[in-house]
Write a protein that binds this ligand. Structure first.
Ligand code: UTP
Length: 300
């Protein structure tokens, strides 16, 4: 049996430059899809997968993330005296239990690989999950849970992947696919942002990982890669020479909420999936001439 994965790391120290000016004073991870911050989706996904320790790698202006995962006594009291017990229950349900969260600072945003390395003392010598909170998924069960199922069979390192249009591979980290089914195949190589002609597949790494602690030794070399940042993929490319990497082409779809297009699309898709909002939202869109009326739609 592989060692259980109890800890998840959430790197939230990036600058979010693609979302300025929204991210000038507010962390990108607090942008909302409908009414939940991006970071809450990632924490919910980790809890569903059985994670018990939540490690946040924060930076400047990120104190609000710490507050989001804390009790807010005044608000709770006000909700209570106003009889808003449903809203109160929802708030309490979203919180990790006392003592389950840890926070550390990445003092400079030197890249994702560096942010992960900053979690090394809190993670220790054990496998851990890594979730990039700006990648939000529509998936059931959640993507990390699907990856945990593969991990229980294979151990080692697990990477969640999804298909991308072959002409767009040069925006992503792409894996080379070896033998095995979609829910757990061998990864034989990885390449960051390849030209379409050089890409070994159209399967891209979409922001969910289970990693062995040896990755920290490689990251501690602090070698700068693309964009002069310390890149996680560079360290994984070295680790794959000595450890197994398994790809999981999960059931579901990712929305890159660090980009405006992905974020706007996610808001529409998630709103249309909300029983309390979907009909009213669709009607508004029909009134604006942006959606067809249901009865005008061609049968699929
Ligand atoms: P991105 O690659 O989206 O970078 O990071 P970014 O800096 O946040 O955004 P842009 O590209 O400038 O718009 C993916 C995840 O890694 C974290 C981010 O907070 C995000 O959750 N990250 C990135 C760090 O924690 N530290 C870094 O130095 C870089």
């Amino acid at each position: 049996m592989p060692k259980r994965v109890r800890t998840a790391v959430f790197p939230v120290a990036g600058l979010g430059t693609r979302f300025l000016p929204a991210t000038k004073a507010m962390p990108k991870e607090m942008l909302t899809v409908v009414d939940r911050p991006l970071i809450q989706y990632a924490v919910d996904e980790a809890r569903e997968a059985g994670i018990e320790h939540f490690v946040f790698v924060t930076g400047r202006n990120k104190g609000v993330i710490e507050d989001h995962f804390d009790r807010q006594y005044e608000l709770e009291h006000t909700l209570e005296i106003r009889g808003k017990s449903q809203a109160l229950r929802e708030l309490q349900k979203d919180l990790p239990s006392a003592g389950q969260s840890s926070f550390t600072r990445q003092q400079e945003p030197l890249g994702l690989g560096h942010a992960v390395w900053c979690a090394r003392e809190l993670v220790g010598d054990q496998p851990f999950a890594l979730l990039l909170p700006d990648m939000v998924f529509k998936a059931r069960p959640g993507v990390l849970k699907q990856m945990m199922q593969a991990y229980e069979e294979t151990g080692g390192n697990i990477v969640g992947v999804e298909e991308v249009d072959p002409k767009d591979v040069s925006s992503y980290g792409i894996v080379a696919r070896g033998a095995g089914p979609d829910h757990g195949f061998r990864i034989t190589g990885m390449v960051e942002k390849p030209k379409p002609a050089d890409a070994p597949s159209n399967l891209f790494i979409s922001g969910r990982y289970i990693l062995q602690p040896e990755i920290f030794n490689l990251l501690s070399e602090q070698t700068r890669g693309a964009g002069n940042e310390i890149q996680l993929t560079d360290a994984m490319q070295v680790l794959i020479k000595s450890q197994d990497f398994t790809g999981v082409k999960y059931e579901g779809k990712v929305f890159d909420c660090g980009s405006k297009l992905g974020f706007l699309t996610a808001n529409v898709v998630f709103a249309l999936d909300r029983p309390d909002l979907a009909d009213a939202f669709r009607n508004e869109m029909v009134k604006l001439g942006l959606f067809e009326r249901e009865r005008d739609r061609e049968p699929a």
